[in-house]
Each structure stands twice: as C-alpha cells, then as structure tokens.
Design a protein around this ligand. Structure first.
Ligand SMILES: [Zn+2]
Length: 482
C-alpha cells in the first residue's frame, strides 16, 4: 500500500512536500517523493491524503485506560481525596466488565487522536482487553499496591499470578473477549506475522513510594529482572508525597496512621529513596518527576532510567511542572504522557506538546528581553514533535521499532489534516502540527500496517455500541453513594 500525503514528516529526518510512504504487511518498505515512489512501486494500492501530513503515530507514555469513565467525575478535590474517591469508585462501584468498556473508550479516544502506542499501568487487567480489541500497540504494566511491609510476600505472589493470567489470556485471545470486534475489510487485515497480540509488551508497576512498601519494591524489582520485563513507577508527583518521604508528615501520613501502616520516613527525595532501594534501572519508567533535586537528575541519568512527562495532568492536579529544561540538559530518555483522563481531561498529545513547549522552565535564567526567543531556541516545535513520537519510543525502549518513519520500522502511521481554518495557512507542517492542530484533525491511524481509523471511522470497534455502554455506566456512577 502507498500512502500519499501533502507532506511527509518522518521526525528522524527533515519533512518534505508531496511525499509517499510504502507499507508492506506490518512494516515501512520505503518512503520519498511521491513521483519517485509511484514510479518504483507500480503494483501497490494507493491511499491519498492530499490535505494531510503523514507522520509516525504518537507514543503516549502514560495512560490509565481503565479510568476513562472517571473523566469529569473527580473535579475540584484535593489530591489525597481525589485518589481516595478514584480508588473507591474503581473497587466498589464499577465491575470488571464496566472497566473494560471504560478502557475501550480510552483506546478509541487514543486512536482517534493519532496515538498508536500507549504505556499503561493497569490494576484490574481491563486495559489488556481494550488494546487487544482495538489494535493499539501497548506496554501494559500490572500494578501492585501495599504500603505494609508484612504484606509484601502475599502481594508479590498475587502480582505474579496476575501476570501469568494475563499471558494466558493473550494466548487464548479472542476466545473470551467481552466486546465483539466489527468486521474488518480484507485490505486492512494484519499479516500473519503481526497478529494483534504481538503488539503487546507486559510489565509490572509497583505504584508509587507512598503506596508500596520497601520490601515490596525490592521483591517486584527482583521479579522484573528475572522475567526481563519493564517496570513503571509513579515518582515525585505531589507535595504530599515529598512531605511523607522527607518528614513523615502530611495527609498521606495521617491516612497511614488510621490504617495502621508503620512508616519510617527515609528523609530524602522519592528518587533518592528508590535509588537507595536499588529499583531504578534502565528498564524503569519514572512517571511525573515534578519535584526533583539536582542530585535526582544525576541519579536518573546515571541509572539510564526513562521519564514520562505529563504536563497537563501535573498542572491540573496542582502539582506544578517538571523542570523540562533541567531534564533535557541531561541524557535522560523522555516521553510525553497524558495520564488518565480522570486528571486531564482528554487524551490529546497535541495539547501536551504545547504544554511542554510552554513549560515555565524555558523562561528561567534566560537573559532579560530574550525570553521567548531563547526559549524557542532551547525547545521548539520540532523538539516537541520528537518528544511525542521518537522520544516516547526511546523512553519505552522501542525506538528501533517505532517512533519515526524509517525503512523497516513498524508501519505505525497517522495522517493529520492541515487544511482546516484553524491550521491555515501552513508555512511549516511541523509548526502547524504542534501549535495549531487538534486530535480531531486526525484522518487516519494505522498500527503495524493495519488501518484502525480511516475516513473518520473506527475499523474495529462499534462506537455507537460503546457509547451506549458508557452512558449506562454514567447513570450507575451518578447513583453511587458519594
Ligand atoms: Zn499514573
């Protein structure tokens, strides 16, 4: 198949006008000027996007698909009450089947927004169903929680069991799928070598320093090393977390007391604490990293860990902002994440790119009067686009496979319409994409050579059926006790 675009933006090389990308089975076979490509590949079927830029799909390095139905449900709560209401709703209000609907809603939103890969910590396993049903590429981390030292063995055992169950479910797929897939046309069926479950990587997530005990962190770390699976940890997100670790004070400490959790503060930052425990490695993805010391950046860099930057979620929940300038001055693998829509409230990496571009750290320590210019030189539209694509792929250790348009990489591609009034005139497609475009401008989303969104239509998921199911869940949540 040949995809023709007004522009092709490979990310790892300069963009060009009137371009073409050749897709064969699940991979990119070639790309270049459309005239050359069409002359060279005469037998290939052509799909044309005359008003669009074709680029690699976005890599969203932090989502919580299971929580999508909590969009707009947890507004105006202090962080600790926010997380308590979220937990209560997840465990006491929603059923597993409803969480699958929730996760699938998130997957559909992602595909419509041009996101082709998500990195998603999940608690109840519903994200697995959603990515297998929708066709998204994903790293799914099975979460575990328990701040009580004495529970570590039991929680680890449960985690290992859950990971095994997830593997079995993948092998059985689609035998016990809850949500029926719509018919796929033969032209978009993936090749035998790239069945949907090969787009999936399983990992684990000991949730955060304030929800996981020292022993549990270390046991999960040993398990992940033995299994050679990636790890995701939320770290240095809120001031409450810093208070707990540095001084043993604040709302989390109060909650520990009522729950009988024995906690001795390590009297250091979350990153130093995790480092002392020996759980930061080159397969650790640290999420948020809003409150870091100078030493923390050095530790992350020396251990070759990667970081998920979730700028909009951090602002909305009142945590502040990651010092993107300090982060970028180090050799730290960094990607962009939306976080759950319970804290965002949408999954749109265009908005996250703009938040990254407007990160206050770019204006810090620039000579007076040169603020805007200096900040754009330090981090411009091309940097933001790279962060949302190849940067994310690097953060997930997948940059040899995805994140840019290069020969023999996976055909994870999107076409984004730049002919709408809010994007015209287009002097540079990169500037238009990063500073003017929106998720709703995405016309086509392809993962591993399979069209998941084409001509405004989801190819695998019946959206009317999904939306009806979501509406039922809304009614149930409205009637749930406070
Ligand atoms: Zn998170």
């Amino acid at each position: 198949m040949i995809l023709l675009g007004r522009w092709v933006v490979p990310v790892s090389s300069p963009y060009f006008e009137n371009g073409a990308v050749v897709v064969e089975q699940d991979k990119i076979l070639d790309f270049g000027p459309s005239a050359t490509i069409q002359a060279k590949y005469r037998q290939h079927q052509i799909r044309s996007y005359p008003d669009a830029a074709i680029l690699p799909g976005f890599v969203n390095v932090h989502t919580h698909l299971e929580l999508t139905v909590l969009r707009g449900y947890l507004e105006n709560l202090p962080f600790w009450n926010w997380i308590q209401k979220l937990t209560r709703t997840k465990y006491q209000v929603l059923t597993y089947d409803e969480l699958v609907v929730s996760a699938l809603l998130g997957a559909v939103e992602a595909i419509r927004a041009g996101i082709t890969t998500v990195a998603d910590p999940m608690d109840l396993g519903a994200s697995l169903e959603a990515v297998l049903t929708s066709g998204l590429r994903a790293v799914l981390y099975q979460e575990c929680f328990s701040p009580k030292e004495e529970e570590a063995d039991q929680v680890l055992e449960r985690l290992q069991r859950k990971v095994e169950e997830l593997k079995e479910k993948v092998n059985r797929w689609p035998e016990d799928a809850l949500f029926p897939a719509t018919d796929q046309s033969s032209s978009t069926t993936p090749s035998d070598t790239e069945r949907p479950h090969t787009r999936l990587t399983l990992g684990v997530s000991p949730h955060a320093p304030y929800t996981v005990s020292r022993s549990l962190f270390q046991k999960v770390h040993t398990y992940a090393r033995t299994q050679k699976i990636p790890v995701c940890i939320h770290a240095a997100e809120s001031r409450a977390e810093i208070q707990l670790l540095e001084k043993g004070l604040g709302p989390i400490m109060q909650s520990y007391r009522t729950r009988g959790v024995d906690w001795q503060p390590p009297e250091c930052s979350p990153v130093q604490y995790l480092h002392r425990l020996g759980v930061i490695t080159d397969s650790t993805l640290l999420v948020h990293c809003v409150h870091l010391t100078d030493h923390d950046y050095k530790l992350i860099e020396s251990e070759k860990a990667s970081v998920a930057h979730c700028p909009k979620s951090n602002w909305k929940l009142g945590h502040g902002y990651m010092n993107l300038k300090a982060m970028r001055q180090r050799q730290i693998r960094l990607g962009l994440g939306t976080d759950s829509v319970a804290s965002n409230n949408n999954m749109d990496l265009f908005e996250e790119m703009r938040f990254a571009l407007f990160n206050p750290s770019w204006l810090e320590a620039t000579p007076a009067g040169s603020g805007m210019k200096a900040s754009i030189l330090a981090f411009g539209a091309e940097d933001a686009l790279r962060l949302a694509t190849l940067g994310g792929a690097e953060a997930l250790g997948m940059s040899s496979k995805i994140g840019s348009i290069e020969i023999s990489k996976q055909a994870d591609l999107v076409a984004i319409d730049l002919s709408q009034p809010h994007t015209l005139p287009v002097f540079s497609p990169v500037t238009a994409l990063v500073l003017s475009a929106r998720a709703s401008d995405v016309r086509m989303t392809m993962v591993g050579g399979e069209l998941l969104l084409e001509e405004g239509k989801m190819q695998r998921v019946s959206e009317p059926m999904l939306c009806r199911a979501v509406e039922k869940i809304r009614e149930k949540m409205l009637n749930a006790p406070g």
